[in-house]
Design a protein. Sequence first.
Length: 223
Amino acid sequence: MILKKMKHLNNRAFSIVEALILVVAIGVIVAGGWLVWNRNSKHSNSTISPVVKSTSDNNQPAAKKSANLKQYIDSDNGIRFSYPADWGESQQYARPHEFVVLVLESPDIQKKSDEPFSSSTTVTGGSRITLTFTAQSGKTLEQLFTGTLVAGTKEADVPKDSLTIGNVPAYQFVYGYDHQPTLNVLLQTSRYDIEGSLETPNASRTSPDYDAFIKVLQSVSVQ
């Protein structure tokens, strides 16, 4: 009888232990499954995140527009202006604070020498812009216009138009010197008398680079 009771108690103890082992095993399996699911869930979320493209590219056209211009800065003479980035620029003559001559040439410029062994050239294609800055002479705009004409030339033979360049009164006229008519603009600042000339095979307001010429003059800043 006692042996049967002990055997019964032993069987009952083993049943409790087995039950506990089974519960622990189930818990381990459930916990492991949850960890695997959680890890996969995080990985899945990270791989399907949408890619957002920057909209800063929308500003590129404006940047390109500004990049199409170059700045000419002459701190010594207080001259600054903008011109097309693909044009060539050179300083021809300069006498500090008195006289500066600058030349801009379009990328399609074509020239021929006026005479053998001469540095003077005629524009046969493209355009050339010449900017002359002369220290203020105290002359009126009308006097400056008269001074550009070769002796013997009547003012009536050279029609001029009045216009405004950057809120500054100016004269515009077509006039030929020795070889080729040029479109000229005269204006004045507090420091310089400025003459701009546009040389093309057909110098007029209909010239392809007329707008570029006027924009260069409008950008001139003198300090």
